[in-house]
Design a protein around this ligand. Structure first.
Ligand SMILES: Cc1cc2nc3c(=O)[nH]c(=O)nc-3n(C[C@H](O)[C@H](O)[C@H](O)COP(=O)(O)OP(=O)(O)OC[C@H]3O[C@@H](n4cnc5c(N)ncnc54)[C@H](O)[C@@H]3O)c2cc1C
Length: 610
């Protein structure tokens, strides 16, 4: 099953996205227009992205005379993406968008991630523009967001600093009002920024005429000191090249200097940069200090940033999923063509017989089925979350409220589960290839390297786990968790009607009970140090339970439509679901055991004992 067929099943049979076209916002759409978008993206990804995936890995971005050089293929892929209209596809018609449902938009973007995750970083540009459309002034929206959505300019997110990654409360970039009348600038209250931003993706390149940075910085208090904690953080929009109120370049560089390119393990097609703000390399009006315009109110920068977190995290989860699927498809092709070894029959091996293809060995099938269950399950989860985003935006008040709550609980899983398990899928894809998989003659090692990023950025694994157990499952007295449990119960009831799924439904019920009990026990002493000491095993168990639910729901739809299991796609889906229930779900017992006993083995081992 290749991506398009899987997507078609999930979108149209499972999630019924066609029904969205009955909503006012999507009234101009139909399956025809959804298919047209998917067709175009699939084609551009096949022609402009996939053939260059290895090239962008081997020809890393480099610096020549203060400019970042990227392969010509990257420029062409970028142009094709912009021309497809995908940058603003989900946006309002007023911004040149197509008012496409986010679920279809995310599905269409999946083709690019599958073909070459490293070539583009459009997600940042779109996220940047979307944030400005919510929190920016009309001037900022017209000048910055509109030009980003048209593809004229690109966007970044500048949060991290060399000394502050997970702990953004420790950022040290300062913002000071830019002289008399600083509040009256048509582009928003004007500040001067000083500080260093580390790890900034697409922080510098020549793909677009300008780069629009969204920057977190602190405005000092009346005593001149930075306010400790996240309370002091504000958000600014700072263009690489200064512009006037009509969006024309003034010809002056902003004081933002590229201090260096980071050389990464993978995802090498995208630049990753250390940017120095306000060091005086490009003085503005004769003074050091990068010009930045306040977005939203002072000290509310993180709140504004969080606005785009759900989509950014669904985007990261989808990228991890696509890398997993790319490895799965490659290893499936390899396993179907590589002859090696002979099967073990009842009387052992027959050395005189011809070797079989490795897909005929049970252990290779195990590795393929593991990849299929991780990656197709993760894809279903991402699309389910994307559908919740559409519900949040266009559903009636009650279903929008439920969608929001569910997204709160599911987003850490949507980001982290594929980052961990689709990476494991990539490792299995290498294993299926044997020694060849460990070489650069085959693509799977690159998929693994590219995917290794996803557990690190957008909130590292450990931070996501603490967010889940420390905040999300507790918020609103556990209402999000209760709602999720209710959705799982609905699926169990639906699935129990099918003989092939009844035992899975029972297993899911047990798993749900185990997760609920472990959550209670983790917090039984009301001591966060104890509760959160095993947050990652908790997230692993929670994530596996969510994926078991997703698989059961997908399988229930598949079997309802094809009760005789006449199609190999149905047999494959039921096989992947069974694999997940037999080989994966039982793992949650071990993970939850340390959670519920509040095991302090790791937390209390003295440093000297390591
Ligand atoms: C390729 C790449 C692209 C990136 N792109 C961007 C970008 O565009 N914009 C941007 O702003 N940032 C970006 N980042 C930065 C990324 O978000 C950070 O790397 C991430 O937040 C982790 O911060 P850190 O690297 O400083 O690690 P640290 O915060 O030092 O963490 C190191 C380890 O310690 C753990 N840890 C830290 N604190 C705790 C805690 N309180 N409890 C338990 N464990 C903890 C972490 O989980 C992690 O495993 C990018 C990073 C990379 C590698």
């Amino acid at each position: 099953m290749r991506l398009r067929k899987t997507l078609d099943f999930l979108l149209y049979q499972w999630l019924d996205v066609e029904s969205l076209s009955r909503r006012e916002r999507f009234a101009d759409h139909s399956r025809e227009s959804f298919d047209a978008v998917l067709d175009i993206c699939e084609r551009i990804a096949r022609e402009k992205y996939a053939p260059f995936n290895r090239l962008v890995d081997s020809q890393e971005p480099r610096l020549e005379r203060d400019a970042v050089v990227l392969p010509q293929a990257t420029h062409e892929a970028h142009r094709a993406y912009v021309e497809s209209g995908m940058l603003g596809a989900a946006q309002d018609y007023a911004y040149g968008g197509m008012q496409l449902p986010y679920t279809v938009n995310a599905s269409a973007n999946a083709f690019f991630a599958l073909a070459s995750v490293g070539i583009g970083s459009h997600m940042l540009t779109v996220g940047n523009a979307n944030l400005l459309l919510v929190h920016g002034t009309p001037g900022q929206q017209q000048v910055f967001a509109a030009n980003e959505l048209s593809g004229r300019w690109a966007g970044t997110m500048c949060l991290s600093e060399p000394q502050a990654g997970s702990s953004l409360s420790d950022i040290a970039t300062r913002a000071l009002p830019d002289g008399e009348g600083f509040e009256k600038d048509p582009l928003g209250p004007r500040y001067r920024l000083t500080g260093n931003k580390m790890w900034i993706s697409s922080g510098d390149h020549e793909l677009t005429e300008n780069i629009i940075h969204l920057v977190l910085a602190k405005i000092p208090g009346p005593d001149g000191q930075l306010i400790p904690g996240t309370r002091g953080i504000s958000l600014f929009v700072a263009p690489k090249r200064l512009v006037d109120a009509e969006g024309r370049l003034t010809g002056e560089r902003n004081d933002i200097a590229l201090a260096g390119l980071n050389h990464k393990l993978g995802w090498r097609g995208t630049t990753n940069t250390l940017l120095n703000f306000g060091e005086g390399k490009f003085p503005v009006a004769g003074r050091a200090g990068a010009v930045g315009y306040l977005v939203g109110r002072p000290h509310e920068g993180l709140r504004c940033m969080f606005h785009m977190m759900n989509e950014a995290r669904i985007g990261v989860g989808t990228a991890a999923t696509m890398l997993g699927l790319a490895g799965y498809y490659a290893s499936l092709d390899y396993a179907r063509s590589r002859p090696q070894g002979r099967p073990i029959g009842a009387s052992g091996k027959d050395a005189t017989s011809a070797p079989v293809r490795i897909i005929e060995h049970a252990d290779v099938k195990r590795m393929l089925l593991a990849q299929k269950s991780y990656c197709e399950g993760a894809l279903a989860l991402e699309l389910y979350c994307a559908r919740l985003v559409d519900e949040d935006r266009t559903g009636d008040a009650e279903s929008a409220r439920q969608a929001r709550l569910l997204l709160e609980v599911l987003t850490p899983i949507a980001k982290s589960w594929p980052s961990e398990w689709c990476l494991e899928a990539n490792s299995l894809a290498i294993q299926v290839h044997g020694g060849y998989g460990y070489t650069r003659d085959f693509p799977v090692e690159q998929y693994w390297r590219d995917n290794r990023l996803n557990m690190i950025h957008e909130g590292s694994h450990g931070i996501q786990a603490m967010d889940l157990l420390g905040r999300k499952v507790l918020m609103e007295n556990g209402r999000g968790m209760q709602l999720l449990a209710a959705r799982m119960q609905e699926t169990m009831a639906r699935a129990s009607a099918h003989a092939a799924l009844a035992s899975h439904a029972a297993a899911l019920g047990q798993a749900l009970g185990q997760v609920g009990a472990a959550t209670q026990k983790a917090w039984a002493s009301a001591n966060p140090t104890e509760a959160l000491a095993n947050a990652v095993p908790y997230m692993q168990a929670f994530g596996h339970t969510v994926l078991a639910w997703i698989w059961l729901d997908v399988a229930a739809t598949a079997v309802a439509q094809d009760p005789q299991q006449a199609h190999s796609a149905t047999v494959g889906r039921l096989g992947a679901a069974q694999f997940f229930y037999h080989y994966e779900l039982p793992k949650i017992g071990a993970w939850l055991s340390v959670v519920q006993s509040r095991d302090m083995t790791c937390a209390t081992l003295p440093e000297e004992a390591f």
